[in-house]
Design a protein around this ligand. Sequence first.
Ligand code: DC
Length: 222
Amino acid sequence: MSLIVAIDGPAGSGKGTITKQVGEKLGLINIDTGATFRCVALNMIQDGIQINQENRIKAMIDKIHIDMKENGRVFLNGEEVTKRIRENDVNNFVSPVSVIKIVRDKLLDIQREIAQGKNVIIEGRDIGTVVFPNADVKIYLDASQEERAKRRVKQNQEKGITTSYEEVLKNIIDRDKRDSTREIAPLKQAEDAIYIDSTNMTIEEVVNKIVGIIKERGVNQK
Ligand code: DC
């Protein structure tokens, strides 16, 4: 039997870090669905495909191959793109790409396939609502826009990328708006998800809280 833990929430809510740590503590496989959208955006950049070129997008998506391996390594058509998909051109292109219906349909299949028969912790925007509506545990992780912008600037600094707080905050506000108002699978809390506001919490506090919730739901019995 497989166990599915769904973690949804907006950009910069700490989902990535927290999902990884909870997964390590409980021995769950970590699936980052945002990375699958980033792969499609990168493939379009590489092939010079524009947002409105539906036929070219369809042809590309029909033969795309996305793989996720240990330690969060991501492969696009056989080539490692773990770092490449976090660069600015992909950051700016991925949100409009993620509203394209044929892209979402195909990625839905890919995401379900990757999780098939495994014990997973899977993060995204629509995992508890669309991808795995029957997930065993659903968490909606949130934080204020200002706090999320601060975290992103710090994260970028650590990676040696200089970005201004204003620029990052604007990007977060724009992305939130686009992600939560799009027609297909918008970012929203599932009715049966547990809401966690991490604005004033440390990573460790959030991780421990989620581990506690999963244990309470009887993960160990599976
Ligand atoms: O979590 P992230 O920043 O890597 O996500 C990149 C983009 O992909 C983000 O703009 C929203 C989109 N996304 C989505 O629409 N559905 C998901 N399940 C995951 C990400």
